[in-house]
Design a protein around this ligand. Structure first.
Ligand SMILES: Cc1cc2nc3c(=O)[nH]c(=O)nc-3n(C[C@H](O)[C@H](O)[C@H](O)COP(=O)(O)OP(=O)(O)OC[C@H]3O[C@@H](n4cnc5c(N)ncnc54)[C@H](O)[C@@H]3O)c2cc1C
Ligand code: FES
Length: 275
């Protein structure tokens, strides 16, 4: 069921990374129902930019606190919707649909595998949610976040993970923190030697990735080369977010087409056409 919500904003906090914010809103039903990989579609305009964005824009759920009834998203400012969201104050209303998404991350916290999250930019928030969900269900689960950015000051989305017992590997293009290079440079050592035939069923890695498409393609190809299962959360443009406009269609490896908003956004990497 698609739910149209009007929630009260509790806080909007600027992060150290320029142009990045976290926004927390009060919505007990969404806090209860959201799972890692779900997103909300926000409609946000001010009189100054009215009409410049008639479409709702999708944002992944970053954190939930079901006891307090709170949900948090992390966003970077690009255009009218995110510019407006950055100006919101506590007590303002957030207009959104959600939680949306038909297929979300599928992780078994009890499985004897190494759960490896690989993210970039605003792809990290849903992985933070997933990592914490796995650790909450099984504190002894082995969970690692590999995340990347051009420079250390642009790394976002790791809040609370160390405290939850998640290993963190930062990768920066300029070497200002962690591994100098791309997220695949951080991931490759965890996958070597290739787990031929194991399929991650026992003792191998399960990879979950979200971020820019070229990054996810590189992660997916590395995982497929190592026969390691990988789930990708696609961030195609989603004009409606609810399966009506067919503006988010993904061509799958079997030649069929899929609406990422309602059939995804999460797919096994092997189902996606990466060319
Ligand atoms: C499933 C899903 C989950 C998402 N989750 C998040 C999230 O958690 N946090 C978040 O910040 N964003 C997220 N996004 C992306 C977000 O929905 C877009 O960035 C959105 O278009 C911003 O709306 P806007 O009106 O501010 O800017 P728009 O008017 O949509 O964009 C303004 C201009 O910036 C360009 N632009 C927009 N986004 C980007 C980008 N990411 N990189 C480069 N150029 C861009 C556009 O092409 C346009 O020219 C998600 C997208 C999807 C599909
Ligand atoms: S965004 Fe409209 S059908 Fe998916």
């Amino acid at each position: 069921m698609i739910r149209k919500r009007t929630a009260t904003i509790v806080s909007v906090q600027a992060l150290a990374a320029p142009g990045h914010y976290v926004l927390t809103f009060d919505d007990p039903e969404t806090a209860r129902d959201a799972r890692p990989g779900h997103f909300i579609a926000v409609g946000a305009t001010t009189p100054a930019n009215a009409g410049s964005s008639i479409l709702r824009k999708p944002f992944s759920i970053y954190k939930v606190d079901p006891d307090a009834g709170l949900c948090t998203i992390l966003f970077s400012v690009y255009g009218p919707t995110t510019s407006t969201m950055a100006l919101y104050k506590p007590g303002d209303k957030l207009d959104f649909l959600g939680p949306l998404g038909g297929r979300v991350f599928d992780a078994d916290p009890q499985a004897a595998v190494h759960h490896v999250m690989v993210g970039g930019g605003y792809g990290v928030p849903p992985l933070n949610f997933l990592a914490k969900t796995i650790k909450a269900a099984n504190p002894s689960a082995k969970v690692t976040l590999i995340y990347g950015a051009r420079s250390a000051n642009l790394l976002v989305g790791d809040d609370g993970l160390r405290e939850a017992g998640v290993e963190i590997i930062a990768c920066t293009d300029d070497g200002s923190l962690g591994v100098k290079g791309r997220v695949t440079d951080g991931l490759a050592p965890l996958l070597a030697p290739p787990i031929l035939g194991a399929g991650g069923a026992s003792g191998g890695a399960c990879v979950y990735t979200c971020g820019p498409t070229p990054m996810m393609r590189a992660v997916a190809e590395l995982c497929m080369a190592h026969n390691t299962p990988c789930q990708v959360s696609m961030e195609t443009p989603m004009p409606c977010g609810i399966g009506i406009c067919v503006g988010c269609v993904l061509k799958k490896a079997d030649g069929t087409f899929s609406r990422t908003c309602t059939d995804g956004p999460v797919y096994p990497a092997t189902e996606v056409t990466w060319q």
